[in-house]
Design a protein. Structure first.
Length: 345
C-alpha cells in the first residue's frame, strides 16, 4: 500500500469522526468505553475523538507532517510491537498512526483500560480500507516484533528495557506536566489552567500536576475561578473517592492545604500529584524557576504558561494552558521523534 493511500485512509477516518451523521455511533462507543472504564466519561471520549480528528486527521496536517520524513516507503517493512498506554481515551492512537503511516506493520497490545476505543478505531480503519487488515494485529504477546514502542510506569519500563533490549525500541516512563505563573494572570488564564489541571480528571501526562508561583502568591483568585467546576468532577464517583481520601489524609496529618471543594492545593516537591491534588512550589526569580525545571526536565512532559501575543506560552518553549491536551502530530511523547525512529528501521 502506497503512503498516499494510507494517508487518504486516515483522512477518511477523520471525516468519519467529524461527521454529524456518525454521532449516534460514536455516542454508543463512548458509552461502551465508559462501561468498561468509568474514568472515560462519554463527554471525555467524544472530546478525545474530536481532538484526534481535528489535530491529526486532516489532509493538510497529515501531508505537512509526513513530508518531513523520508523515504516514503520502507525497503523492508518491519513488524512493530506497540504496548499502548490507556490512561486517557484513545491515547495510543498516535503510535498506531505513526507505525502505519511509516509503512510498517502494527502488532498492538491494547491497554485493558482503553481497549474499546482503540479496537473500534482499528476496526473502522479496516472497514474504510480492507488493505489495512493484514497490516494490523491485536495481540497479547509481542514476541514476533522486529522493534518495539512501549509506554508504562517507571516500574514496567524496567521490564521493557530488559525484554526489548536486543531490538530497536522506544521505552516511555512516567512523566507529568508543570505550569508556571507570573502572578499577573487574570480569570481567563485561570480557566485555561483549570483545563490543563483537570481535563480527563488529571490522568494524562500532559495534565499540569505542579505549578510554580512567585513567593507569597495569593491562590484565592485561582481557586475561586475554578470553584464552579465542583459538580463536574464530584459527579464522577471515582474522582470523588480520590478527593475525599486525599482531603482526609491532609486533615488527619495536619498538612497545610487549600481546598475549593474539588481541588486540593498543597506545597510539595513530589512533582506528580495524586488525582484531585495540585502541588505547588514557589520561586524568587524566573532564573530560579528555570533552574528548577531544568533539574527535572527528564520527568516533565510539558511546561505550560499563559498564552502570549505570539500565540505560544510566554515561558520559552512552553505550551499555552488551554492547549496542553491538544497535541499536534509532531508533539511526540517524551520528546522522542517516533516517526524518525520508524523510518530509520
Amino acid at each position: 500500500m502506497l503512503q498516499s493511500e494510507r494517508l487518504q485512509t486516515f483522512v477518511a477516518l477523520g471525516d468519519y469522526l467529524r461527521s454529524a451523521d456518525t454521532r449516534p455511533e460514536l455516542e454508543e462507543i463512548a458509552h461502551r468505553a465508559y462501561h468498561k472504564n468509568n474514568w472515560f466519561t462519554p463527554d471525555n471520549v467524544l472530546r478525545a475523538l474530536q481532538a484526534i480528528a481535528d489535530e491529526f486527521l486532516t489532509a493538510n496536517k497529515l501531508s505537512a507532517w509526513i513530508q518531513a520524513y523520508a523515504p516514503a516507503e520502507p525497503a523492508h517493512p518491519k513488524v512493530i510491537g506497540v504496548v499502548m498506554a490507556g490512561n486517557i481515551p484513545a491515547v495510543g492512537f498516535h503510535d498506531l498512526l505513526c507505525v502505519l503511516m511509516s509503512g510498517h506493520k502494527l502488532l498492538a497490545k491494547l491497554s485493558n483500560q482503553d481497549f474499546v476505543l482503540i479496537h473500534f478505531l482499528i476496526q473502522k480503519l479496516k472497514e474504510i480500507n480492507p488493505a489495512f487488515d493484514p497490516l494490523i494485529e491485536e495481540a497479547e504477546r509481542l514476541n514476533k516484533a522486529d522493534a518495539y514502542i512501549a509506554t508504562g510506569s517507571n516500574n514496567t519500563a524496567r521490564y521493557f528495557d530488559y525484554y526489548f533490549e536486543k531490538k530497536p525500541h522506544i521505552i516511555r516512563r512516567n512523566r507529568t506536566s508543570v505550569g508556571i505563573l507570573l502572578g499577573e494572570e487574570d480569570e481567563s488564564v485561570f480557566v485555561d489552567l483549570g483545563h490543563a489541571i483537570s481535563d480527563y480528571y488529571g490522568l494524562g501526562c500532559r495534565n499540569v500536576s505542579t505549578i510554580l508561583v512567585p513567593e507569597n502568591y495569593d491562590f484565592t483568585p485561582l481557586l475561586r475561578t475554578l470553584e464552579p467546576n465542583v459538580s463536574t468532577y464530584l459527579n464522577n464517583h471515582k474522582y470523588q473517592n480520590n478527593y475525599d481520601y486525599n482531603k482526609s489524609i491532609y486533615l488527619i496529618n495536619a498538612v497545610p492545604h487549600y481546598d475549593n471543594g474539588y481541588l486540593l492545593l498543597t506545597e510539595n516537591d513530589g512533582l506528580v500529584s495524586p488525582i484531585s491534588v495540585l502541588y505547588y512550589q514557589t520561586y524568587n526569580t524566573q532564573d530560579d524557576a528555570a533552574a528548577w525545571l531544568t533539574e527535572r526536565a527528564d520527568r516533565i512532559q510539558v511546561v505550560a504558561s499563559a498564552k502570549s501575543s505570539s500565540g505560544q506560552g510566554w515561558y520559552p518553549g512552553s505550551v499555552p494552558f488551554g492547549q496542553t491536551q491538544s497535541p499536534g502530530l509532531s508533539d511526540y511523547a517524551d520528546g522522542v521523534d517516533t516517526m524518525a525512529f520508524l523510518v530509520k528501521l
